[in-house]
Design a protein around this ligand. Structure first.
Ligand code: FAD
Ligand code: FO1
Length: 478
């Protein structure tokens, strides 16, 4: 797969210079859009954050395009902070192992990789000044932490340095897909699918960079082991070993999905006792593989597995880009102020309903509820770092039912999801929890205790869908 993909990139274009880069993927964040002649000798810099990969990365490609055009060197910087949304050892290990591969891949392409440690708002502008950077490129995330980084860096940048943002995560750039918060998948689906002809293209290759910086500007060698040791992070959540981080492993996971699981995806993706899912979400979250790459490759099997290919595209394009849309246009994407009026009203109408069970966060975390299926799903998440997608809905909805208030329910679901799922701290996660508990992107249903009109799910419903005894036996959530 790796060679075949690289060959297809080379067939598309020898390099980004010949490739017609779609300018709608970029947004000029300050008032300059040309690289100034003077004081740019240090080169062009890509500040990498969400899309942690070399190839198939529009932000990386735009950086190289600018550097080649201006005959300048190219730098990539990543700023590491140990205060990232309570991420634990499990998450930092997965991410740093992937970044180590990025640094090695960039070295082979004569592109410098610098790992900065500290606050983004200080370290990035400092790097731009110290290295006489002529233009700064960044990638895109709708989350407030990233948007604050961008805003603060923009204020600190030397005035002449252009600051350009590229949406390297979504296939249809977020600002092209829609200019407002969408109501549901059905209202964004056509807005995205009708533009795939323009945006779902092959990628040109990132090539060996011909312009080298002066020797004094060489990056420091990185001791990755020592780096992980030095982080002040919560080490009580262990790394998992069933999924290996990094670009090469993500392509292998894509290949195994296509070869072994895709054909059942269409009709079996909601059965947690079967191994049918792509298992790509951890790689998507850290940007170690491009969603666009996975779609290009999966679509090649349209003729032999049409329903599965359509289902995968619906999830990985429409549902995922709907999540980015929600987080981008709704500042309250992770709290109940962000849900619709009908949903808030219905939850308020049932705020005083008697809860048959109420659990503490610790009891939830330790899978100590009365429900063996819920406990098994929790154990799958804490042990494997990835709960099956179908069970995440049931799991979150039960937390609404077994906490004293919807606010506490939502906070608990987001906390546990982000603490244990490798793919946590992601727009999909906030939207997944807000859909389950706050009914976003959903309609109202028959009114019931506690839930009001929020879609209800229960044990018997799961029993009808899959062999819950088999799942419970596997995870022992008695
Ligand atoms: P596959 O079924 O193979 O799907 C492939 C890709 O499609 C996924 O990687 C994802 O990018 C996208 N996708 C699939 N289902 C959804 C969905 N419901 N919404 C948005 N995109 C989707 N996803 C995360 O990435 N991080 C999270 O923290 C997260 N938390 C969730 C919490 C709850 C309560 C719910 C209901 C869903 C959550 N999801 C989250 C969405 C979904 O469950 C996961 O994306 C999916 O299970 C990841 O596994 P996979 O890649 O093997 O899935
Ligand atoms: N991005 C960073 O730029 N620096 C970090 O230190 C960092 C840590 C981190 C830990 C867990 C995790 O799930 C993601 C993390 N990210 C980090 C990546 C983050 O997803 C992107 O920066 C996004 O742009 C933020 O939305």
């Amino acid at each position: 797969f790796l060679e075949e993909i690289q060959n297809n990139r080379l067939k598309t274009a020898e390099s980004i210079v010949e490739f017609k880069f779609n300018k709608k993927r970029i947004k000029i964040l300050n008032k300059y859009d040309e690289v100034p002649e003077s004081n740019s000798e240090g080169g062009i810099c890509y500040w990498m954050a969400r899309d942690q990969r070399v190839q198939d990365n529009w932000a990386m490609l735009f950086t190289q395009k600018l550097a080649l055009k201006n005959k300048l060197p190219m730098h990539v910087v990543f700023c590491l902070t140990d205060k990232f949304m309570d991420a634990t050892l499990r998450h930092y290990k997965f991410m740093l192992d992937g970044l180590e591969e990025v640094s090695l891949d960039l070295k082979k392409l004569s592109i410098n990789f610098h790992l900065l440690i500290g606050e983004h708002k200080k370290e990035i502008p400092k790097f731009v000044k110290d290295f006489k950077i002529g233009a700064l490129v960044c990638d895109f995330s709708p989350l407030r932490i990233h948007r604050e980084w961008v805003e603060k860096i923009k204020k600190e940048l030397p005035s002449k340095v252009p600051f350009i943002q590229v949406d390297a995560h979504n296939i249809v750039p977020i600002w092209i897909a829609s200019d407002k918060q969408e109501y549901a998948a059905r209202t964004i689906r056509n807005k995205i699918n009708s533009k795939l002809g323009d945006y779902l293209t092959e990628f040109p290759p990132v090539i060996k960079h011909p312009y080298k910086p002066e020797d004094s500007l060489r990056p420091e060698p990185i001791d990755w082991e020592e780096l992980l040791e030095s982080l002040k992070i919560d080490r009580s959540v262990e790394p998992v070993d069933w999924i290996k981080p990094g670009y090469k492993n993500s392509i292998e996971m894509l290949e195994s999905f296509i070869m072994k699981r895709l054909k059942h995806f269409g009709d079996k993706r909601n059965d947690p006792t079967l191994s049918v899912l792509s298992n790509l979400s951890p790689y998507f979250h850290y940007g170690q593989i491009a969603v666009q790459r996975s779609i290009i490759e999966v679509k090649k099997y349209k003729s032999s597995a049409s329903a599965s290919v359509d289902a995968f595209c619906e999830e990985a394009i429409v549902r995922r880009e709907l999540s980015d849309n929600f987080c981008f246009y709704n500042p309250n994407y992770d709290n109940l102020k962000g849900i619709t009026d009908w949903a808030m009203k219905t939850l308020n109408d049932h705020r005083k309903d008697k809860r048959d069970y109420v659990y503490t966060r610790k009891e939830f975390e330790e899978a100590k509820t009365h429900d063996d299926l819920w406990n098994s799903a929790q154990i799958q998440m804490t042990k494997e770092g990835k709960m099956h997608g179908f069970l995440r809905m049931y799991w979150a909805k039960k937390i609404l039912e077994w906490t004293a208030s919807p606010e506490e329910g939502l906070e608990t679901a987001i906390y546990l999801n982000d603490r244990f799922n490798l793919d946590g701290r992601d727009p999909n996660g906030f939207v997944g929890c807000m859909w389950s508990i706050g009914g976003i992107h959903d309609q109202g249903w028959g009114e019931r205790k506690i839930f009001g009109k929020i879609r209800f799910m229960n044990y018997d419903g799961c029993k009808r869908k899959f062999d819950i005894k088999k799942f419970i036996a596997r995870y022992g959530g008695v």
